[in-house]
Design a protein around this ligand. Structure first.
Ligand code: ADE
Length: 251
C-alpha cells in the first residue's frame, strides 16, 4: 500500500514513518511512503503558499495553486483516495481505518494556517477525516495517526491478523488485560487462569474481561457492540451480581 503525503513539513512526517514497525514494513516493500513538499510547486517567485483570507479574519489561508499542482504531480496507483485531514471531517474510527486499508493508495493533504482554499478541496479531495473533536495546528499529526492506524492492518505489516483482531475497538469491545513475566510483581500475581494452559477457558475469561472493561470504561460502546447471546446473558448476570458484589469476573 502506498501513502503519499502532501505537506509543508515532509521531514516531520519522515521522522515518524520511517521508524519502528512501519519503517520495517517499508524496507520490506509492503508499504511505500512518499512525501511531496507543497512549497516546491508554488509558481511564484518567493515560493509563497499562503495568503490573506478574503472577507477578513486573522489567519492566512493556503492558496489553491500549489496544492493542486502538487497533487497532480503524484503518480496514481490502483484504487486511490485523496484524504484531507481536517477538524470538519468524518471522525476516524477503527471501522473507517479498516475501510481505508482496502485502498492501494492514500494521498493525504495536510493543511496549515487557518485552512485551505475551498477550491483546492473541491478540486482534489475525496474524503475529509478528523482525528477527534479538537483542533491542532496542522494536519501532519492527524496524518501520522491515520497512516499508523491504517498501515498496521495491511497484510504483512504485523506478524498475523490476530495481532490486531483482538485490539480494543476492532470488534466493538475494549481489549482484555495483558500480562507478561514475572508471574508475581510487587505482590500482585498474574490471574491463575492464564497459567492454566486451558485454552478454551482462557478465551472465555478474556471475553468476559473484555465485556467487563467495556461496561466499566465505555458503556456507550456496549450499546453498539455486536453481542452474542452468551455475552448478553453474562452482562445480565453481572447487573444482578452488582447488587451483592463480587463473583462477576470468576471463572
Ligand atoms: N487539523 C487540525 N485539527 C485536526 C483534527 N482534529 N483532525 C484532523 N485534522 C486536523
Amino acid at each position: 500500500m502506498r501513502f503519499d503525503v502532501l505537506t509543508l513539513f515532509p521531514d516531520m512526517m519522515r521522522a515518524v514513518l520511517e521508524e519502528s514497525i512501519l519503517g520495517r514494513a517499508a524496507e520490506k516493500g509492503i508499504l511505500e511512503f512518499s512525501y511531496t513538499n507543497i512549497r516546491d510547486y508554488a509558481q511564484n517567485k518567493h515560493k509563497k503558499v499562503d495568503d490573506y483570507a478574503y472577507g477578513g479574519g486573522t489567519g492566512l489561508v493556503m492558496a489553491p495553486q500549489p496544492i493542486v499542482s502538487a497533487h497532480e504531480s503524484i503518480p496514481k496507483r490502483g484504487r486511490s483516495l485523496t484524504v484531507y485531514l481536517s477538524p470538519q471531517g468524518k471522525v476516524l474510527s477503527q471501522q473507517l481505518a479498516k475501510e481505508l486499508a482496502a485502498y492501494d493508495q492514500l494521498i493525504l493533504l495536510c493543511g496549515h494556517y487557518e485552512g485551505v482554499d475551498e477550491r483546492a478541496i473541491e478540486e482534489v479531495v475525496d474524503l475529509e477525516v478528523s482525528i477527534g473533536d479538537y483542533v491542532l495546528t496542522g494536519g501532519e499529526i492527524p496524518a501520522m495517526a491515520l497512516i499508523d492506524c491504517v498501515a498496521r492492518m495491511v497484510d504483512g505489516v504485523l506478524p498475523n491478523s490476530d495481532a490486531y483482531s483482538n485490539d480494543s475497538h476492532y470488534n466493538g469491545l475494549l481489549e482484555y488485560p495483558q500480562y507478561t513475566r514475572p508471574p508475581e510483581f510487587r505482590g500482585k500475581a498474574v490471574p491463575e487462569i492464564l497459567l492454566s494452559g486451558h485454552h478454551a477457558n482462557i478465551q472465555k475469561w478474556q471475553r468476559k474481561q473484555s465485556l467487563y472493561r467495556t461496561w466499566k470504561k465505555r458503556p456507550d460502546m456496549l450499546r453498539r457492540a455486536d453481542l452474542e447471546e452468551a455475552d448478553k446473558a453474562y452482562l445480565a448476570l453481572y447487573k444482578g451480581k452488582k447488587r451483592n458484589r463480587g463473583g462477576f469476573l470468576d471463572g
